[in-house]
Structure formats: C-alpha cells, structure tokens
Ligand binder design. Sequence first.
Ligand code: AKG
Ligand code: FE2
Length: 354
Amino acid sequence: MAGASTLPADFLLSRRVQEMVINGEEPASLYICRDEKEDQNGPFPLAPIPIIDLSLFSSSTTISAEREEELQKLKSALCSWGCFQAIGHGIPTSFLDKIRQVTREFFEQPMEEKKKYSKGVGEVEGYGGDPTPEEGQFLDWQDRLFLTVYPEDLRDTKFWPDTPKSFREVLEYYTTKMRMMTETVSKSMAKSLQLEENCFLNQFGERAVLSARFNYYSCCPRPEIVLGLKPHADGTGYTIILQDDVEGLQVLKEEQWFTVPTIPDALLVLMGDQMQIMTNGIFKSAVHRVVTNKEKERTSVAVFYTPEKQKEIGPEEGLVNEETPRLFKNVKDYEIVHWEYYQRGMRALHTAQV
Ligand SMILES: O=C(O)CCC(=O)C(=O)O
Ligand SMILES: [Fe+2]
C-alpha cells in the first residue's frame, strides 16, 4: 500500500494488527521501535525466576520449617526479580489449557465476529489496540480484549464475547479462582515481611478491581525492530500472567533483558508499582516487555489486581522506621497517573516518592 509507512497512529489503531498481517502488510513506521543496527544485547538468557509452591502456604499439613523456607524464597524473588512463577495455585493444568484455548479461539474468529466487541480508539475496555499514545511513542504489535470483572457492578458486558461459547463461563470461573489466589498471595507476601497477614488485603479493599486482558501477538515480519508490547511496569498492585507455550515476555534486571520461561502449569505473579509503594520499596515492580516472533502467534492472559478506586494506599507502617525511612507518599487512583505517564513512554513511580 503506497505511503503505508507514514500513516497516523489513530488510523493504524482503528485497524487490527491481525488484519495487517492477513493482508501481508509490512509494519508501518509507527510500529518500528528501534534502528535495525542498534545493539539489542541478545540473545536473551532465560530468567531463573523462582518457582513458588503456593500450596505450602494454604495447606494445614505443611510443617512450619518448610513453609518458612518457601516464604523466604518468595520474599527474595520479589526483592530481586519483582516476580515469581506460582505453582500449587489450585487451578488444574487442564483448565489453564482451556483458557489458552478459548483465548486463541476468540482471536482466530473472523474479524466481523470480533468487531462486535470493538472499543473506540480512545477507550480502554473492549477489543482493539491500546488508546493512541503521545506523539513520538511507537505502537505495539498486538491486539487485545480488555474486560473489567470485579467488582461486578463495574462490568460492561457488551464487551463480553458470546463466542467461543464457553468464553464467559471460563472467564467467570478463572477470575473466581484468581480472587482466591490473590488472597493467598497477598497474605503470604505480608507474612514473608513479618507483617500482619491481612495488611495488604485491607489496603486493596473490599472493592479491589480485577480485570482481564487477553493479548494476541500476531506473527511479525520484522521481529528485530518491532515489539509486541513496549517496556513498562504495571500500574497495578500486582498482575497474574498466564502464558501459552510461545516465549516472548521478557523482564529487565540490572539492564539486561531476560526471557520469562513458559511453564505449562505455572502463573507468573508480577509486582506492579502499587506493591512497590505498599512495601516501601522492598518489593520491585518489574519492568517488562514482549518481543515479536516471525513464525508463531502468541497469546497471554493478564489479570490485573488493583486497589479499590478512591482508596488511599501507602507504605505499611511496619516497614517504616529510622533505618528504612518512608520512601513513598500515600496515593489513590495511582493507576490513572501511571497510565498518563505510560502513554508518554515513562514510568510514574517518582510521582509517589516523598
Ligand atoms: O503478554 C504478556 O506476557 C505480558 C502482557 C503484559 O505485560 C500486560 O498486559 O501488561
Ligand atoms: Fe504488563
């Protein structure tokens, strides 16, 4: 298509990346994130992210020494990587496969079917690309379906797909399980820091928000210069990511990008900025990105767990003392500021610093 490389962002974002690929189009210039000759410090090593067995925290039969050791492992993972691979979460692998399958089935439907759930270019909820970023920011090689699931009165069910047939049921069941998992994870994180076990749950509040983002990364003819998702840290409390069997997610540690291994029965629990604030900087909010792939499509489902709207959160008092002074202010609706900065290609954490 003549002049394709200078198309404006709003126009590009009104179309799906998947459509461009089906039409055999080359990525327009706004998708190009770097100079071809730039050193990318690849190949990227696999990240040795600790694997934590959550069943050790919930089962009453676990001997306390074993539980204590796992809590220490959890704390160390969150201080260094800002994430861990969770197993023993109580969701059978067969069900994780079911979610992976309905996700793929949703995106593999004809465009007309998916467009029933289309959002406007500027909106977040629904099917499409992320809203247009500020000038100078490149676009992501992905399409996604974003749905708020809890609290239930915030659901906008016109965006909830009717097909594949089991989609809604699978999402409902998965997020019920996610709520149980956030309870275990939040309590365990508190215990690992010698805090009262409900402290983080209380900060998240009864109306904590759970939303699901189904990501679809089409094959990309120029993987060396196009990203599936630009580098960012999440504005959440934390995020739980289900990957399929195609690698692509990377985390940044000491200025090196590491590829997150795909493990069929594991869920990646990744700290967002708000957990870094609540732990007074002890847990790291992990910077991550997604690379593209020439041969294989990739899917993922990210469940975002965010404190209740309008609720103030801040560093736990038990973590603030003379040796470790308060690093962050109390904030509310932090994710809104986070989003504004994200759209400018920046992190927002400094806005919460004292
Ligand atoms: O696709 C992935 O594995 C990660 C997605 C992600 O980082 C996000 O949706 O915020
Ligand atoms: Fe993310």
